[in-house]
Design a protein around this ligand. Structure first.
Ligand code: COA
Length: 314
């Protein structure tokens, strides 16, 4: 296989379960209300998987992305899945996706960096293509966080949702996926946890909020710089859909007057590694920004980890 100058996202797809859980539904379950959730977090509805597994949702999103790519399963040589909520330790989600889509012998790995996972996985796909280790990659973010939600804890159960988003990435002469900026703050790692002995999401919300609203804007700025794109030129900003106030805070600090500030959190909640590709797929579906326009992706979350890059809209 030959190395390539760069890579690009050719097509995207997403999948969300049919069941909608509203804020009013949650108010029947815990002591909360629609107004508090809208004001403090920005979520109005989220989707909850019933029978679907992480792999089912990942495969459904990937199938749609593949259908729009002009490629077939036979062309795919790498599947990378970002997830932190797959219940099974083995086999991984990537090989299950490959089996469901009939991709015969791809490289197949899962990445767990929680909510920043899609940008990490997209970075590794770009690197693999540039190194000549792959030519056509499916990159997926998929989560079933409802399996790890304590439905009696109002501080967390109002935030999360289930879903998946996927992108087909291929070699390109003109790089259309900017260099990934990634890193972590391990000393703050205990502020978001899903521990084996108590397998529910626990988080120190205010500590994460403070970190996200101060640490992430400089990372996003670096991602723009490394792509050679000024924040003023960004056509859409897709931050991790953790909290609408965090998204607004980052956007304000960066200064992106042209950008559509994407808030899929309103209808989907926080879907961890799925949030960025889900929002990107919907943005493309709505044709809200032109093909080729620069879109800033930035994920952050458990670890605490972060990653971001500027991509050209498919
Ligand atoms: N409904 C109603 N009231 C609630 C509530 C709910 N679901 N959850 C908490 N409250 C109450 C609290 O008990 C508290 O009441 P008090 O003032 O009487 O003590 C008050 O609302 C404020 O709680 P607080 O925890 O300070 O809220 P907050 O404004 O920090 O919002 C988060 C909580 C979790 C939404 C917010 O901190 C956040 O988004 N953090 C970042 C999370 C994140 O990005 N995680 C990334 C991992 S993916």
């Amino acid at each position: 296989m030959t190395t390539a100058t760069g890579s690009r996202i050719v097509s995207v797809g997403h999948y969300q379960p049919a069941r909608v859980l509203t804020n009013d539904d949650l108010a029947q379950m815990v002591d909360t209300n629609d107004e508090w959730i809208r004001d403090r977090v920005g979520v109005v509805t989220r989707r909850i998987a019933d029978n679907e597994t992480v792999a089912d949702m990942a495969a459904a999103a990937a199938e749609k992305a593949l259908a729009g790519s002009g490629l077939t399963a036979a062309d795919i040589d790498l599947v990378a899945v970002a997830t932190c909520s797959s219940v099974d330790r083995c086999p991984n989600v990537a090989t299950r996706v490959a089996a469901k889509l009939g991709i015969a012998a791809p490289g197949a790995y899962d990445i767990n960096t929680a909510c920043s996972g899609f940008s990490y996985a997209l970075g590794t796909a770009d690197h693999a293509i540039r190194a000549g280790a792959a030519r056509n990659v499916i990159v997926i973010g998929a989560e079933k966080l409802s399996d790890f939600t304590d439905w009696t804890d109002r501080a967390t159960c109002i935030i999360f949702g289930d879903g998946a988003g996927a992108a087909v990435v291929t070699a390109a002469d003109e790089p259309a996926i900017g260099p990934v900026v990634w890193g972590s703050a391990p000393e703050k790692g205990e502020t978001v946890r899903i521990e084996g002995w108590r397998p529910y999401i626990q988080q120190e919300g205010q500590a994460v909020f403070r970190w996200a609203t101060t640490a992430i804007a400089p990372i996003a700025r670096q991602a723009c710089e490394r792509a050679g794109v000024a924040p003023e030129e960004i056509a859409a900003f897709i931050g991790h859909q953790a909290n609408a106030r965090i998204i607004d805070g980052i956007a304000k600090r960066l200064g992106m007057p042209q950008a559509v500030i994407v808030k899929d959190i309103v209808e989907s909640g926080n879907t961890s590694a799925a949030s960025v590709p889900l929002a990107l797929s919907k943005l493309v579906e709505r044709r809200e920004v032109p093909s080729g326009a620069p879109v800033l992706l930035v994920g952050f979350g458990g670890g605490l980890t972060y990653a971001g890059q500027v991509v050209r809209c498919p």
